[in-house]
Design a binder for this molecule. Structure first.
Ligand SMILES: *[C@@H]1O[C@H](CO)[C@@H](O)[C@H](O)[C@H]1NC(C)=O
Ligand SMILES: *[C@@H]1O[C@H](CO)[C@@H](O)[C@H](O)[C@H]1NC(C)=O
Ligand SMILES: *[C@@H]1O[C@H](CO)[C@@H](O)[C@H](O)[C@H]1NC(C)=O
Ligand SMILES: *[C@@H]1O[C@H](CO)[C@@H](O)[C@H](O)[C@H]1NC(C)=O
Ligand SMILES: *[C@@H]1O[C@H](CO)[C@@H](O)[C@H](O)[C@H]1NC(C)=O
Ligand SMILES: [Zn+2]
Ligand SMILES: [Zn+2]
Length: 412
C-alpha cells in the first residue's frame, strides 16, 4: 500500500503548517486545544481532528457533539445522541445512523420563535434566519455601514415597538431601508437567494417530507420538549433525523467498517475541502455518470470541488418523500475515472446518493477509500447558473457519526 506514506506526509505537512501558527497561541494561552489529533501521526488509521486548518485561515469555533456535552437544564449532559438502526455488522451494506438532539445543545442558534410564542406560531423558525447576518458581507464597506445603520435603526424601532406591546417585526435584516415596512404582518421571509445573488442557499429545508430512502420521508422530526402553551417560559424542541436524509455529507465510515471503527467520522472531515472555489456543472441528462460521461465533461486538472447537476434536479426528486431508485448518480467506472483523472476532492450531487442505485456500494467505496474525497448529497441546485462560485459547506461536529446534515451555500 502506497497510501500510508502519502497520508503520513500530508499529516506531517498539516502539522508543519499548524505549528507555524501555533507557538504564539500556545505560549499565550495554554488552555488552547492546540493539537487535536496532530500528536498521532504514525498510525495510518488515526483521524486528524482540527480546530485550526493549514495556514490558519480557517478556525472551527463550533463544539463537537459528544455524550458529555452540557445539556440545558440537565446534570447529565446530552447522553447518547446517535443510534445505528442499520449497521454493517448487522448485514446492512452501510452504516446508517440516526441522531437525536435537543435543538439548544452545544453550538446552536436561536430563532425568534424560541421565546415569542406568536413568532413561533407565525413560523419564524431557524429556516428564516438571514444568511447575510450569519455570514461575511462580501459587498463592500459602504453597504456594510448602511446595513449596520439600518440594523441599529431597526433595533431601536423594534424595541420601542416591543415596549408598546405591538406585533411589529422587522422583516429580513437585509432589507435596507425597509426594516419596518411590514408592521403587523407576521409573515416570515424564506430566501434561496440573498441580495443581488451574492449568497445562494443550496440546502433543502428539513420538513416531514424530506426524503431519506424510504417510502415515507423522515416524518415528524421535531418534538416540543417544553412549550410556552404548557407554561414554560420558552419553546424547546428536540430534533430526530436519520443522518443521511436531506442535504447531508458522508464520512468514510459510512461504508468502510474499519474506518468507522477507527473514528473517521464527520468531525474528522477537512473543512478546507468543504470550503473554497467550486464549479457547478450540468451533466448530460440521458445517462448516469459513467467514465465516458466524466471524460466528456473535460473538467480541468486543479478543480477541487464540483457540484454535479443532473436529471434529478429536473425531476425534483428531493421534493418527493418517496425514495426513487431511478435517480442519476455515479456508476463505479465513473467514480473511478474521477479518482484517477481529476483533482476533485468535493463531489456534490442533487439526490440522496452520489452513487447510482445499481452501483450504490461500489461507487461509494471507490470515492471513500482514500478518505480524501468528501461526498455531499441532496444539494438543492435548481435555478442556479452553472459556473464558478465559492462554496461553503459546514456539517455538524457529530462525534462518531458517519453522516451529518450539512448547510451549504454558494457565494458569487
Ligand atoms: C442488529 O439487529 C438486531 C435485530 O434486528 C437489533 O436488535 C440490533 O439492535 C441490531 N444491532 C445493530 C448494531 O445494528
Ligand atoms: C458501523 O457498523 C459496525 C457494525 O457493523 C460498527 O462496528 C461500526 O462501529 C459502525 N460504525 C459506526 C460509526 O457505528
Ligand atoms: C402539554 O402538556 C400536556 C400534558 O402534560 C401534554 O400532553 C402535551 O403534549 C403538552 N403539549 C406541548 C405542546 O408541550
Ligand atoms: C411554541 O409553543 C407553542 C405552544 O406553547 C406553540 O403553539 C408554538 O407553535 C410553539 N412553537 C413551536 C415552534 O413549537
Ligand atoms: C441511472 O441508473 C438508474 C439505476 O441506478 C436507472 O434506473 C436510471 O434509469 C438511470 N438513469 C439514466 C438517465 O440513465
Ligand atoms: Zn449519505
Ligand atoms: Zn452516500
Amino acid at each position: 500500500m502506497a497510501r500510508p506514506i502519502k497520508f503520513t506526509l500530508s499529516v506531517l505537512l498539516a502539522c508543519a503548517a499548524v505549528h507555524t501558527i501555533l507557538p504564539p497561541i500556545t505560549a499565550s494561552n495554554s488552555a488552547y486545544p492546540s493539537s487535536y489529533g496532530l500528536e498521532t501521526t504514525t498510525d495510518d488509521l488515526i483521524p486528524v481532528r482540527r480546530e485550526v486548518y493549514g495556514d490558519g485561515r480557517i478556525f472551527d469555533i463550533s463544539h463537537r457533539y459528544h455524550p458529555d456535552m452540557p445539556n440545558w437544564g440537565s446534570s447529565d449532559g446530552i447522553g447518547q445522541f446517535l443510534w445505528l438502526p442499520y449497521s454493517m455488522k448487522n448485514n446492512s451494506e452501510a452504516n446508517n445512523s440516526q441522531m437525536k438532539l435537543p435543538t439548544h445543545t452545544g453550538t446552536h442558534v436561536d430563532a425568534p420563535g424560541h421565546v415569542f410564542d406568536h413568532y413561533f406560531d407565525a413560523g419564524f423558525d431557524v429556516d428564516t434566519l438571514d444568511l447575510e447576518v450569519l455570514n461575511v458581507d462580501f459587498s463592500g464597506k459602504q453597504k456594510k455601514m448602511k446595513a449596520l445603520i439600518v440594523l441599529l435603526v431597526c433595533t431601536e424601532l423594534l424595541s420601542s415597538a416591543l415596549s408598546s406591546a405591538d406585533d411589529a417585526y422587522p422583516t429580513g435584516y437585509g432589507d435596507e431601508g425597509a426594516c419596518l415596512n411590514n408592521i403587523g404582518n407576521l409573515r416570515p421571509e424564506r430566501r434561496e437567494v440573498y441580495e443581488g445573488g451574492e449568497i445562494i442557499d443550496i440546502t433543502h429545508p428539513f420538513t416531514p417530507e424530506t426524503p431519506v430512502g424510504t417510502p415515507d420521508g423522515i416524518g415528524e422530526y421535531l418534538t416540543l420538549l417544553l412549550s410556552m402553551k404548557n407554561g414554560s417560559d420558552y419553546n424547546f424542541s428536540e430534533l430526530k433525523i436519520p443522518v443521511h436524509s436531506g442535504t447531508h455529507v458522508d464520512a468514510p465510515g459510512h461504508m468502510y467498517d474499519h474506518y468507522y471503527d477507527a473514528g473517521f467520522d464527520i468531525d474528522s472531515l477537512d473543512l478546507r475541502v468543504l470550503n473554497g472555489p467550486a464549479l457547478l456543472i450540468d451533466v448530460p441528462r440521458d445517462k448516469n455518470l459513467t467514465a465516458e460521461v466524466m471524460k466528456s465533461l473535460n473538467i480541468p486538472r486543479g478543480v477541487k470541488r464540483v457540484l454535479f447537476r443532473t436529471l434529478n434536479t429536473d425531476r425534483r426528486l428531493m421534493l418527493k418523500k418517496e425514495f426513487d431508485t431511478s435517480y442519476v448518480g455515479f456508476m463505479k467506472d465513473g467514480a473511478q475515472w474521477l479518482v484517477d483523472n481529476t483533482d476533485i476532492k468535493l463531489v456534490g450531487i442533487d439526490y440522496l446518493s452520489v452513487a447510482a442505485f445499481v452501483d450504490l456500494i461500489p461507487s461509494h467505496l471507490v470515492f471513500l477509500e482514500s478518505r480524501e474525497i468528501i461526498l455531499v448529497e441532496g444539494l438543492k441546485l435548481d435555478g442556479v447558473q452553472p459556473g464558478i462560485y465559492t462554496v461553503h459547506c459546514l456539517p455538524l461536529r457529530l462525534l462518531g457519526a458517519e453522516g451529518s446534515p450539512i448547510r451549504c451555500i454558494l457565494i458569487k
